[in-house]
Design a protein around this ligand. Structure first.
Ligand SMILES: Nc1ncnc2c1ncn2[C@@H]1O[C@H](COP(=O)(O)OP(=O)(O)OP(=O)(O)O)[C@@H](O)[C@H]1O
Length: 322
């Protein structure tokens, strides 16, 4: 599989007099042709800075960004031929023009004639369900519609890579769901490579193949979405019981578990155990059988990406697979 986007040891420093902020600190990852890749991180993590470095809007101090092999430092013009971007605030839309006029205008400034984009425009209007709004001034459309127009504009020039900074920010649940569906179909049907930034785990979970999680300018996790969920869901069980755990049970379990939490309740208590392997649960059972507690239930705990994300931020460890 071809790595159409290669980011290696990227560093971005903002400075102004005595103010110095390293917003991007030694970031490396690659994006394959046709995949949807996520940049996930809390506010201020450095996602927008990375996207701006990739699309040539920001110079960077260290490392490099290769777009289809072209360095955005030394061959920016060539690299830009493969990239379109939708940044926060939808700066690629003219609010006083209609949807149709915007699509014509932005293809025009990219050197494409109206006749050459005719079919593609119809395809995108239909794909984005914007036919009814095509003659409306963008300013009068809802936020979700405006976002759809912005993404349609980024696709009209048919470039290989689409960078999207927070594509679902501020959208209501229904529109956010529609946007995720749209992104998946754009990648699948058009073979586009999409790099998106978000702090919404649901967006990553539903759309992305792989992701990096960024915190304070650094990568803290790098994996496929499904692998990350499997690895971090590694055998966590919630055991509800009645009684008090004695010293011998506690010390026996502590020798086996990765982590053990006890939540005492009035009528029953719970222990959350993290195991290296599921088979270790049998050893825990054997110990519980000998102890003066009564087992009520055992449930496997599954974490969604949000839980994993929050745990990673808490531990600030690093998990890198590719
Ligand atoms: N032009 C700038 N000048 C100085 N500092 C900046 C500038 N732009 C961003 N920063 C700082 O760099 C860090 C990373 O910001 P960035 O906008 O890249 O993060 P982000 O992950 O996109 O955050 P958000 O999700 O809030 O948009 C933050 O601490 C931010 O305050």
């Amino acid at each position: 599989m071809k790595e159409i986007l290669q980011i290696s040891n990227l560093e971005k420093v903002y400075s102004n007099g005595s103010f110095v902020k390293k917003a991007v600190d030694n970031i490396s990852f690659s994006v394959n042709t046709g995949e949807i890749f996520g940049l996930l991180g809390p506010n201020g993590a450095g996602k927008t800075s990375i996207i701006k470095c990739i699309c040539g809007l920001l110079d960077y101090e260290g490392g490099d960004v290769l777009v289809n092999g072209y360095s955005m430092k030394s061959k920016r013009r060539k690299g830009l031929k493969y990239i379109s971007a939708v940044l926060e605030g939808n700066r690629n839309i003219y609010w006083r023009m209609t949807v149709d006029e915007n699509l014509d205008f932005f293809s025009g400034i990219n050197g494409m004639s109206r006749s050459s984009i005719k079919d593609r425009k119809e395809y995108l209007l239909q794909q984005f369900q914007l036919q009814e709004q095509r003659n409306q001034v963008v300013n009068k459309l809802s936020r979700g519609m405006k976002q759809k127009v912005a993404i349609a504009i980024s696709l009209i020039t048919n470039k290989d890579i689409v960078l999207l900074d927070e594509p679902t920010l501020g959208l209501d649940v229904a529109m956010s769901h529609e946007m995720r569906k749209l992104l998946r179909s754009v990648a699948k049907e058009e073979g586009k490579t999409i790099l998106l930034s978000t702090h919404d785990m649901n967006v990553v979970e539903e759309t992305c193949d792989r992701l990096v999680i960024i915190n304070e300018g650094q990568i803290i996790a790098k994996d496929t979405v499904s692998n990350l969920k499997t690895v971090f869901n590694n055998d966590i069980y919630q055991i509800s019981y009645i009684g008090v755990i004695n010293n011998s049970l506690m010390s026996g379990m502590e020798k086996i578990v990765v982590k053990l939490e006890i939540k005492e309740g009035e009528d029953h208590s719970k222990m959350i155990i993290h195991l290296h392997e599921a088979t270790e649960l049998f050893r825990i059972f054997e110990m519980i059988k000998e102890a003066p507690i009564k087992l009520i239930s055992i449930d496997r705990v599954t974490k969604n990406l949000e839980g994993i994300f929050l745990d990673l931020l808490k531990e600030a460890g690093t998990h890198e697979v590719f």
